[in-house]
Design a protein around this ligand. Structure first.
Ligand code: C5P
Length: 424
C-alpha cells in the first residue's frame, strides 16, 4: 500500500478509542485506512465497545496489544495511561458515545478511555455515533459545545438510516472522512499546552544538572526459552530511588529487570532481563554523576541454556551448570574511565548485615553501601518498608524503619550533599 502513504500520517502514532455502538465495526476499517497511510495505531476498547468488536480483531489489525482496563497489570505494566497518551501524536475516538461525550465534558475519569481523554494534552478527533434523539438532546448538545470549546475536533455524525430503524443525524462519519479530519488536526498545534515551565524537570533541586543511573528489580537468567532463574526482588526500592532522584532535579536513567510495577514518571526507563543485558544497558547509560546498584542481580546464570524447551526424560532431571555473572557494581566502581563520582551499592543480607556490608564496600570499591536485613522475618522483600544502614569508609549511620519512598528521599538527599561536598 505504498502509494497510500500520507505525508501527514506517515510515522504518526494514533491512539484509537473505540466506544460502544454498532458503528464500531467501521473502526476496523478506520484502522486499516490509517495504517495504509503510514500511521501506527494503538487501540483502547471501552467495556461497551468490546460488545461490538473483539480485542482480537483490533489487535490483529493494529498489530499492537489492545488495552481495555485502567488498572490492568497484565495489559503491559510499562504502559500506564499517562504513557499511552503521552506517546500518541493524536487521539481518535470512534465511535464516540453520548456517555463518553458526557464524561469527557465533565472531566470524569472512571475508565481507561475517559482517563486518557483527561490525561492528554494531545489533539482529539471524535466521531460521535448514537441514536438521533440522544444526539439532539440538549444535554448532548451542551456537552458537544463544551468539548468544542476545549479544542476537540468533531467529525460527523452524518444523517442517514440508523440501526434502530429511524432516519436522521447520528450515524458515525465514514472512515475516510475521519482520516481527513485526523490529517487536518495533525497539522494544527497541541490542543491544551501546559503553562510555561510546568511539566519540566525542576531546574532547582539538590540534584539539578546531575545524571543518575540506577539498577532495580531482579534479573531473569534463562534455563531454556520458557524457564528462568530469578529472585524475589520487587523493584520497589530501586524505583522509589529513581523517582526521588528525578524529584530532586536529576536526569535519571533506570535500568529495570522484570518487575510488576509501573515505570516511574519523569525517568527514562530501560527494561532488561539478564545480568549481562543489565550491565550493557548501564554502560550505555554512562557517563553519570551517580550510579546506584539497587538491583538484585542473579549471581549465577546457566552456562548453556537450552535452545528449545527441556524435556522430562528417562535420564532424570538435567544437571544445570552455573557460571558467575558479571558483578555490575564492581565493574562500574572499578572503571578507570568515566567512573561515576559516587558509586552506591546495596547489601541485602539475612545475617551479619554490617560485617558483610563492610566487606562489600572494600571488595567492590564503591563509595557507599546501603545495607539491609532481608531475612524472611524482616518483611523487606516485596514489602513497603525498609531498615537500612549507610556504611562507608567513615563508619555506619543507621536509620530507623522507614517507608521505601522515605528511604529513597533521604538517600538522594545524602548523596546530593556528598556530591556537593556539603557533608552527610
Ligand atoms: O554481592 P552482592 O550481590 O550481595 O552485592 C549486592 C550489591 O551488588 C547490590 O548493590 C547489587 O545491585 C550489586 N550487584 C551487581 N551485580 C551483581 C551482583 C550484585 O551490581 N552481579
Amino acid at each position: 500500500m505504498k502509494n497510500s502513504i500520507s505525508r501527514t500520517l506517515a510515522d504518526k502514532r494514533i491512539l484509537l478509542i473505540v466506544g460502544g455502538g454498532i458503528a464500531a465495526y467501521k473502526s476496523l476499517d478506520l484502522v486499516r485506512r490509517l495504517k495504509e497511510r503510514g500511521a501506527s495505531v494503538h487501540a483502547v476498547l471501552t467495556r461497551a465497545g468490546a460488545k461490538f468488536v473483539t480485542p482480537l480483531s483490533l489487535a490483529a489489525l493494529t498489530g499492537e496489544p489492545v488495552r481495555e482496563d485502567l488498572f490492568s497489570l497484565t495489559d503491559d505494566a510499562r504502559m500506564g495511561h499517562i504513557e499511552l497518551s503521552r506517546d500518541a501524536d493524536l487521539i481518535v475516538v470512534a465511535p464516540t458515545t453520548a456517555d463518553l461525550l458526557a464524561k469527557a465534558a465533565h472531566g470524569l475519569a472512571d475508565d481507561l478511555a475517559s482517563t486518557l481523554l483527561l490525561a492528554t494534552d494531545k489533539r482529539a478527533v471524535v466521531a460521535p455515533a448514537m441514536n438521533l434523539r440522544m444526539w439532539l438532546h440538549p444535554a448532548t448538545a451542551r456537552n458537544v459545545a463544551t468539548l468544542k470549546g476545549d479544542g476537540l475536533t468533531f467529525v460527523g455524525p452524518d444523517d442517514g438510516e440508523m440501526a434502530c430503524g429511524e432516519y436522521g443525524p447520528g450515524r458515525m462519519a465514514e472512515p475516510l472522512a475521519i482520516v481527513a479530519a485526523v490529517e487536518r488536526a495533525l497539522e494544527t498545534p497541541t490542543a491544551i499546552p501546559l503553562p510555561p515551565g510546568v511539566g519540566e524537570r525542576p531546574l532547582a533541586g539538590p540534584l539539578a544538572g546531575k545524571r543518575v543511573v540506577i539498577t532495580s528489580g531482579p534479573t531473569h537468567e534463562p534455563i531454556d526459552p520458557v524457564r528462568y532463574i530469578a529472585n524475589r526482588s520487587s523493584g520497589k526500592q530501586g524505583h522509589a530511588i529513581a523517582r526521588a532522584a528525578a524529584d530532586a532535579g536529576a536526569e535519571v536513567v533506570l535500568i529495570s529487570g522484570p518487575v510488576a510495577i509501573p515505570d516511574p514518571s519523569g525517568v527514562t526507563t530501560h527494561h532488561v532481563e539478564s545480568a549481562r543485558e543489565m550491565l550493557a544497558a548501564v554502560e550505555a547509560a554512562l557517563p553519570a554523576d551517580i550510579f546506584i546498584a539497587t538491583a538484585a542481580v542473579a549471581d549465577w546464570r546457566v552456562d548453556a541454556p537450552g535452545a528449545g524447551k527441556m524435556k522430562k526424560g528417562a535420564d532424570g532431571p538435567p544437571a544445570l551448570r552455573l557460571v558467575e555473572n558479571p558483578d555490575i557494581l564492581a565493574t562500574i566502581a572499578g572503571r578507570a574511565a568515566a567512573r561515576p563520582r559516587l558509586v552506591v551499592g546495596f547489601a541485602a543480607e539475612t545475617d551479619r548485615v554490617l560485617e558483610y556490608a563492610r566487606g562489600k564496600l572494600a571488595k567492590k570499591r564503591c563509595d557507599l553501601i546501603v545495607a539491609n536485613d532481608v531475612s524472611p522475618a524482616s518483611g523487606v522483600m516485596g514489602g513497603d518498608e525498609n531498615t537500612v544502614h549507610l556504611v562507608d569508609a567513615a563508619g555506619v549511620v543507621s536509620w530507623p524503619k522507614l517507608r521505601k519512598d522515605e528511604v529513597a528521599r533521604r538517600l538522594v538527599d545524602a548523596l546530593a550533599k556528598r556530591l556537593t561536598g556539603a557533608g552527610g
